[in-house]
Write a protein that binds this ligand. Structure first.
Ligand code: ADP
Ligand code: MG
Length: 272
């Protein structure tokens, strides 16, 4: 499978005096046109990894490839234009005085002709469920509303690679479900590569590809079925399994012929 982004031997720390690496010998790939989910406990390096992918921070050593192009000083700005990111904390992302202006600002940055803006913004705002907030000041919205506005802004940009860094953490269950559906739909679009950092194990079921981070390293990489066939390893690093998997493990205690991993593999097929 072709990768939209490949990380090769990445090492990174925020302070060069620190003994420990924040990312250590990270090798991984984000398949082109697919939906990848990154899981891992707090502080395992997920957000740092996403900032390396977008070129916001530069690795101490190692290479980042977008497609087959190695990111360098000379092509960084151009390549970054095609990678969108919604941060964990939406407050860091607003520039406009109203929701609408904020989305316009992003489009202006990407040189979208003004005559096309209205249609693009309306579509993105409706999709993210913030059209009714159009004239409101983003700074005065609730956390969940802010996250939806940030998502609308990214949808409007139509980047080929979009990273959602815990972008639904402040949303209510319904809002989470709606945004998850948007990510799934985007992931099904042929040319869109979606990367979602999440603590929601149920989201993993819908992913094409999963990356498990632990202490700055990639602990596992594979399909959801492959990842959850190592349930014990996940639990050792403080991660849960989806409810369906947990129930199927429980059932296997009563019926020894019932294999949770085989059942779960079939279940994932049904979900996708
Ligand atoms: N701007 C920063 N300056 C210094 N240390 C940081 C900074 N951002 C993150 N870290 C540290 O890097 C490690 C990984 O953080 P992060 O990538 O945010 O993890 P995650 O997103 O998995 O919770 C943590 O130990 C965190 O404290
Ligand atoms: Mg994070």
């Amino acid at each position: 499978m072709k990768n939209a982004v490949t990380l090769e031997e990445i090492n990174f720390k925020y302070n060069s005096n620190n003994k420990d690496w924040v990312l250590h010998n990270v090798n991984c790939g984000f398949p082109f046109g697919k939906y990848t989910v990154i899981i891992g406990h707090n502080g395992s390096g997920k957000s740092t990894l996403s900032k390396i992918v977008t070129g916001i921070i530069k690795p101490f050593s190692g290479n980042v490839f977008v497609g087959s192009t190695k990111i360098s000083k000379t092509n960084l700005v151009k390549i970054r234009k095609n990678i969108g990111i919604v941060f964990q904390n939406p407050d860091n992302q607003f520039i406009g005085t109203t929701v609408k202006n904020d989305i316009i600002f992003g489009l202006e940055n990407n040189c979208v002709p003004p005559s096309e803006m209205e249609g693009i913004i309306e579509k993105a705002a409706k999709k993210a469920g913030v059209f009714h907030l159009y004239e409101r000041a983003p700074q005065l919205l609730s956390g969940g509303q802010k996250q939806k506005v940030a998502i609308a802004g990214i949808l409007a940009l139509k980047n080929d690679i979009i990273i959602f860094d815990e972008a639904t953490s402040m949303l209510d269950p319904r809002g989470k479900r709606d945004i998850k559906q948007i990510m799934i739909e985007l992931g099904k679009e042929k040319n869109k590569t979606i990367i979602s950092i999440t603590h929601d194990m149920e989201e993993v079921i819908n992913a094409d590809h999963v990356l498990v981070m632990d202490k700055g390293k990639v602990l596992m990489e594979g399909t959801p079925a492959e990842i959850f066939s190592h349930a014990e390893t996940l639990r050792k690093v403080g991660l849960d399994t989806p409810l369906t998997y947990t129930i199927s493990e429980y059932l296997s205690k009563f019926d020894k012929s019932f294999k949770p991993t085989i059942f779960f593999k079939e279940f994932i097929k049904q979900c996708q």
